[in-house]
Design a protein. Structure first.
Length: 228
């Protein structure tokens, strides 16, 4: 039997959060390593891999063929979830994009507002904006983990739809569930968040802006700084 695709720490963490036996939609699939691993390992029966560009799908097609699972994963050329039907998946992975892009993908299709789906989200930037948008639109975070890979520390969010819209505090927007996580990876992540907040506040002070954003940054920093 051919060895499974090699996953880095970030992709391995995402794979570990997928529910066994469900169908997966991998949005922005790149080389298709993640969904290839999930299907080839038997953790999932199949699913679909989507990308807005042809080249990543060609690479994904090669990976799927290499592991003998091309008949179990549909390749879809589309923007976000636009080409995916509600019956094609139960777990939806959107990783390696900005937080605002991830929210745009979720907001673009109404069928994501259903509690049958689990969303595995890995924003590279603007994590605070994604957390705010999720809660303001009826989603919650059920879990967050921090993952160290190379020189970076990533956060992975697990989200579900409840329909209950909520406002969240500034410190939760910036730190999420990781602000209560004592793991070394979460501590590194919170330290990085505090540095981002300090940089943003310095920029606001230099520009002479004393805005609601500055108040939020100060509130978040006052809480998170005690935990780093």
């Amino acid at each position: 039997m051919m060895d499974l695709p090699k996953l880095d720490a970030r992709l391995a963490a995402l794979a570990g959060l997928v529910r066994p036996g469900v169908r997966v939609a991998d949005i922005g699939t790149d080389h298709g390593y993640l969904i290839s691993w999930l299907a080839a390992s038997g953790k999932i029966p199949g699913g679909c891999a989507c990308d807005i560009h042809k080249k990543p799908l060609e690479k994904a097609a090669f990976s799927l063929s290499q592991y003998g699972i091309a008949d179990r994963v549909e390749l879809i050329l589309c923007d976000g979830l636009q080409g995916v039907s509600p019956s094609q998946c139960e777990d939806i992975i959107i990783a390696g994009m900005g937080g605002d892009t991830i929210w745009g993908i979720l907001a673009d299709v109404p069928w994501t507002r259903c509690n049958r789906y689990q969303f595995l989200l890995q924003p590279m930037t603007k994590q605070e904006k994604l957390r705010k948008a999720l809660y303001q639109n009826g989603f919650i975070l059920t879990k967050e983990i921090a993952v160290a890979s190379g020189n970076f520390c990533y956060c992975i969010m697990v989200s579900r739809y409840t329909g209950q819209k909520q406002e969240i505090t500034a410190d939760f927007a910036w730190g999420g569930l990781l602000k209560e996580d004592p793991s070394p990876e979460a501590c590194v992540y919170i330290k990085h968040v505090c540095k981002r907040l300090e940089t943003r506040l310095a920029g606001l002070r230099q520009s002479g802006e004393f805005s609601a954003e500055a108040d939020e940054c100060r509130q978040a920093l006052s809480v998170l700084d005690r935990q780093r």
